[in-house]
Ligand binder design. Structure first.
Ligand code: SF4
Length: 409
């Protein structure tokens, strides 16, 4: 019997967490305030408490990231933070720093510890080392192939977690000082300003201030930028690898991104588990993955060393073809109630995302405010409006995400 992997989603906040679970994630990981590697996606203890409670109510799992490389001054405040986390009882902590690992064992002794990818786990012997220290899971370095990761899964005595989708660093996962050097914001404290994705020019030593453009495409050049990882087509190899969890990157991405990527991997994995021999990577799934913000896709190191294609662009910037338009809340009196996230107007065509990776097309025929007055558009963030969009199936698993194709400018 193959190991059935846990589909593990990013959750930058409670809304993303709800949608991650609703669209098919078995588990999610969330940042814990100052001690997470995505400082913008870090949550306070009150939010973490609600997140743990949501996970329990829905029968899903939740892991809390405490994966900074700690400085001396962090050591004084980590014990009380870890004790607070212990009381919340998430399903595990994500840690990279051996010092933080020791403190977690002391102050949150019942919580399983997952060793973060940030610890650069590249071989079974170092994984076994972490097993002997008491870790329960190892998150594999993104610089490994599926075959190398599978060997670690078999020989380490630990659960092995592999990244299957999302942004990757041009440097060795997180071992990068470009951001710290150029902006004072440290990638190792979750505060990367992403300078690897900036545009650069050439300057000759004796002509200061004279910049020579270096162009890969019409928009400029992005020397250090990588495409995003996508292993959807490698599902057979991933299942054969025996990984306990498949991780999607992107705690700073939108709820729309999380929902859409999760539902595609859910649908593709379930289809494979039902019928491995008949499984094909459907073009509709791949197409959905191009409808979220991304920078072109690569398989990275998963199938062997990446070729030049991994770092070459059709367009060096983010590709974004759809906007997160609204959250669909309910059907009432024949109208669909939406909470706005981006401007939409009468005449637009929205799409409702269903958890099975299909969509319902919604032509917006009329928009009403809460008092029943007609509007030409939903202009304000989070305003609730009722939309006449024709007939819809009666039983829909609300709340659902609505999107709209980006308008041509
Ligand atoms: S600058 Fe780029 S390569 Fe460096 S840590 Fe940030 S995202 Fe990764």
């Amino acid at each position: 019997m193959p190991v059935v992997p846990e589909l593990l989603a990013p959750a930058g906040d409670l809304e993303k967490l709800r949608f991650a679970y609703a669209y098919g994630a078995d588990a999610a990981y969330i940042g814990g305030g100052d001690f997470s590697l995505r400082s913008n996606a870090g949550c306070g203890l009150d939010v973490l408490a609600e997140a743990c409670s949501l996970a329990r109510r829905t029968g899903k799992k939740l892991y809390v990231a405490v994966n900074i490389y700690a400085d001396n001054h962090d050591i004084a405040v980590l014990p009380s933070y870890l004790e607070n986390l212990a009381e919340l009882q998430p399903d595990g902590l994500l840690i990279s720093d051996p010092g933080v690992f020791r403190l977690a064992q002391q102050y949150a002794p019942r919580l399983p510890i997952h060793i973060s990818t940030q610890a650069n786990n590249t071989n079974w012997l170092s994984a076994r080392f972490w097993a002997e220290q008491g870790a329960s899971r190892i998150v594999l370095a993104r610089e490994l192939s599926i075959a190398e990761g599978a060997e670690i899964a078999q020989r380490s005595g630990l659960e092995a977690e592999i990244f299957v989708h999302g942004a990757i660093c041009i440097s060795y996962s997180g071992r990068c000082l470009i951001s710290q050097f150029l902006t004072g914001r440290s990638a190792n404290r979750g505060d990367c300003s992403h300078p690897c994705r900036w545009q650069y020019v050439l300057e000759e030593e004796k002509r200061p201030g004279e910049y020579f453009p270096v162009e890969e495409d019409a928009r400029g050049s992005y020397f250090f930028n990588s495409r995003d990882l996508c292993l959807l087509a490698a599902i057979p190899q991933l299942v054969a690898g025996g990984f306990s969890a498949w991780k999607i990157e992107g705690r700073n991405k939108s709820a729309y991104y999380v929902a859409n990527v999760v539902r595609v991997y859910r649908a593709a994995l379930d289809a494979y588990l039902r019928d491995p021999d008949g499984w094909r990577c459907r073009s509709a799934w791949l197409e959905e993955l191009t409808r979220v913000s991304h920078r072109g896709y690569t398989t990275g190191f998963a199938l062997g060393l990446p070729d030049a294609d991994a770092y070459r662009y059709d367009d060096g910037s983010y590709l974004r073809s759809y906007d997160f338009t609204a959250v669909a809340l309910e059907m009432r009196d024949g109208l669909l109630w939406l909470e706005q996230r981006n401007h939409f107007a009468v005449g637009d065509v929205l799409e409702l995302l269903l958890p099975d990776a299909t969509n319902i097309v919604l032509p917006v025929k009329a928009i009403y405010d809460e008092n029943g007055c007609l509007l030409d558009a939903a202009r304000h963030p989070r305003m609730q409006v009722a939309v006449d969009c024709g007939s819809l199936p009666v039983m829909l698993p609300f709340p659902l995400i609505c999107r709209r194709a980006v308008r041509e400018s």
